[in-house]
Every structure is written in C-alpha cells, then in structure tokens.
Design a protein around this ligand. Structure first.
Ligand code: MN
Length: 242
C-alpha cells in the first residue's frame, strides 16, 4: 500500500511539473490563454548606477519579477476564463474571483507583475530623468505646496510603510495624492485596498528589501533619496496627461 501511495505521489509530482511547463510554452494560436512572458527591461542592468546597482537590478528583474509571472501563469492555467482578461482588469476586480486561495495568489502575483512592470517604466538613467513639466509641476505645487514638500511627504510614506510594500503618487478624483500599499497591492485594486488609497498610479516606489538591500542594507531612506535621481519624469507626465 505504501509503495502504491509513493508511486502515485511521484506521478502526481511529474504531472504537476508537466502542467507548469505547458503553461510556459509559447503562444500556439490560442491568444486568450497564452502565458504571460517577462517583459525586457527598457535599459541595461547597470543603467541606473550608482543609485541602483546592476546586481540588484538583475536579481530584481530576472528572479523576483520572473517569479511573480511564473506563479501568475500557474494560477491562470487553472482558471481559463480569468486568463482571458487583461491583467489591468483582473487586478482591478479581484473580488470577482470567488475562490479565496486563487484570489490571494492573483493578488500577490498579478499585483507583483503589474507593480514591477509599472516600476521599470517609471525609472530611467539619471541623465534621462528629466523634470515634471509645467502642468504636473503646478499640480504638485497646488497639492503639496512645493516639489520639495512633495518629495518629503512621499519619502515619509515610503519610509513608514512597515515591512514590504510600495509608496505611490496617484490621481484620485482629479487630484494628486500620496498613498502606500502593503506587499504587492496597488491603488487600482478595488475592494482590496481602502477606498482612500484607490486611484490611478502615476509613480510608484518599491520598498521591499529585495529592491535595495544588497547596496543599501537597512538604509531605506538612503535608497529613497537616491531613487529621485532616476525617476522617469517624462513617463510620469505622460500618465498625468492621460
Ligand atoms: Mn520588487
């Protein structure tokens, strides 16, 4: 009996591995269920140095972001109807997923993929960082008093986020607001994050230790201060105008 049970377990493990591999196969014509692939970084690993080091970028993108996508694909392979939805929609409407375990997997890993894709696109090498244009600069002054006051408040939100999470600049009812979320939650997650933190993200800062620990160790405030040098302001302005 024990032998049979062991064999069954081995077969089950093999089948599980096969199912996971199948989810990672390239698109074979059924576009609605094609596995999500890791988007390439829009710059080289060392492009953000000295503010974020190359090894942190490589591990963050190739290991952490890749893992969210692998887990997301494995979950979506069990839920073909959900796999047909655009990620934005899936992440924004998690309460529509009735199964709690599946919902939590999608929250952590769908959120993880969404947040990191957003994060890479709102970073740029320091020489291309640019500045907020007149419209956004005026909106920042109006909402926070000045650019320096905005950076101070944003930095405080990022520093005070206990454990792992994100700080955000969002548009909420047409107004700029600073929020923060835990883990891989984000301000688009209706029914998951408090209504006060919901909005359209313009800028997001990853304050998980994996984002800075190799270079900054426990000095999260130093990482936050350096990060301002590599904000992709043209991308933030484009989101603001949209
Ligand atoms: Mn991260």
């Amino acid at each position: 009996m024990k032998n049979t049970s062991l064999l069954d377990r081995r077969n089950f493990v093999k089948l599980g591995t096969l199912a996971a591999s199948a989810a990672l196969l390239p698109n074979t014509g059924r576009a609605e269920t094609a596995a999500i692939t890791l988007p390439a970084l829009p710059y080289k690993f060392d492009a953000l140095e000295p503010h974020i080091d190359a090894l942190t970028m490589e591990i963050h993108h190739d290991k952490h972001h890749a893992a969210y996508i692998k887990n997301l694909n494995a979950a979506l392979a069990t839920a073909p109807d959900l796999a047909k939805q655009p990620l934005d929609q899936l992440v924004a409407d998690l309460p529509a997923v009735p199964d709690e375990a599946l919902r939590n997997t999608l929250r952590n890993n769908g959120g993880g993929h969404w947040n990191h894709d957003f994060f890479w696109k709102t970073l740029a090498p320091a020489e291309m960082s640019g500045k907020p244009t007149t419209d956004l600069a005026a909106a920042i002054d109006s909402a926070f008093g000045s650019m320096d006051a905005f950076k101070k408040s944003f930095g405080e939100a990022a520093t005070k986020r206990f454990g792992s999470g994100w700080a955000w600049l969002i548009l909420q009812d047409g107004k700029l607001k600073i929020t923060s979320t835990a883990n891989q939650d984000n301000p688009t997650m209706k029914g998951i994050v408090p209504a006060a933190d919901l909005g359209t993200p313009l800028l997001g800062l990853d304050v998980w230790e994996h984002a800075y620990y190799l270079h900054y160790q426990n000095r999260r405030p130093d990482y936050i201060a350096a990060w301002w040098n590599i904000v992709n302001w043209p991308a933030v302005v484009a989101r603001f105008k949209a």
